[in-house]
Design a protein around this ligand. Structure first.
Ligand code: FPP
Length: 255
């Protein structure tokens, strides 16, 4: 899959205060539990409000003209949470797909799922496939849902796939280039994230998009995810707009 380059934003980068707009923004939506605990509420309420923040974020990304939004909705490590919380998160994903899919489809959003599929419950896997299939020809915002996702295991799966092709004689070891590895990842065809936003004050990547984040800009926001809103998003975009990206090279001025 590649992304469509001809989308017109409703709000320009100048209106958000940012010099240049990232093509791809990835979110680590952290702090749902702390948001709820701070209010004397069950953690599940934090996740429920987190879903509202996600809806706001997708809408705003579409308005501003971002091409790809990736969300870390459930990591391969999240299975170790208490069974009741895991089951609540599964229910929330189910509700998100069932309730929001037709609206997202109407809004021309293309949904893509990344992460391990093999050990998923059949009902969830079928729902995710349905979302991908229904929206596969849409040309608006690309919404990439990282579900049962871990960066290291994604790289392992890609390496195994390429190894099998070498063994089968389809590739030589020299064909295993950076491009070949990128093309064997779940994110094949998508641009790497320009900006990774993590809420809730934690400053780590937590096994998210390890290969793809090689030259991403990071933005850490103190707000817990349920409080993340359009203004916080604009602030992150504006900060991105002021960054100098050098990709290991030098500023034009320094040359
Ligand atoms: C991290 O907060 C958040 C998650 C593990 C789940 C993210 C889910 C949502 C934002 C709701 C939308 C969900 C789907 C499935 C579409 P945390 O629980 O780790 O918070 P804490 O660090 O404060 O405990």
């Amino acid at each position: 899959m590649s992304v469509s380059p001809d989308r017109k934003p409703e709000v320009t980068a100048a209106e958000t205060g940012s010099g240049k707009l990232p093509r791809h923004v990835a979110f680590i939506m952290d702090g749902n539990g702390r948001w709820a605990t701070a209010r004397g509420l069950p953690r599940t309420e934090g996740h429920r409000q987190g879903l509202e923040a996600l809806r706001r974020t997708i809408r705003h990304a579409g308005k501003v003209g971002i091409e790809v939004v990736t969300i870390y909705s459930f990591s391969s490590e999240n299975w170790s949470r208490p069974p009741a919380e895991v089951s609540f998160l599964m229910g929330l994903l189910r509700r998100f797909v069932q309730r929001d899919l037709s609206e997202l489809h109407k809004e021309n959003v293309r949904i893509r799922i990344i992460g391990g599929r093999d050990d998923l419950e059949r009902g969830i896997a079928a729902l995710l496939e349905e979302a991908e299939e229904l929206t596969q020809h849409n040309t608006g915002l690309n919404l990439v849902v990282a579900f049962n996702y871990g960066g290291r295991s994604e790289i392992v799966r890609a390496a195994q796939c390429l190894s099998r092709r070498v063994l089968a004689g389809e590739l030589t070891p020299e064909d295993v280039t950076e491009d070949a590895i990128s093309g064997a990842l779940d994110t094949a065809g998508l641009p790497d994230p320009d900006l990774i936003i993590r809420t809730s004050g934690e400053m780590r990547l937590s096994n998210f998009l390890l290969w793809q984040a090689a030259y991403s800009e990071f933005y850490f926001c103190e707000k817990h995810w349920p409080d993340f809103d359009e203004a916080a998003f604009d602030e992150a975009l504006s900060c991105f707009g002021s960054r100098q990206r050098r990709y290991g090279g030098l500023n034009a001025k320094a040359l």
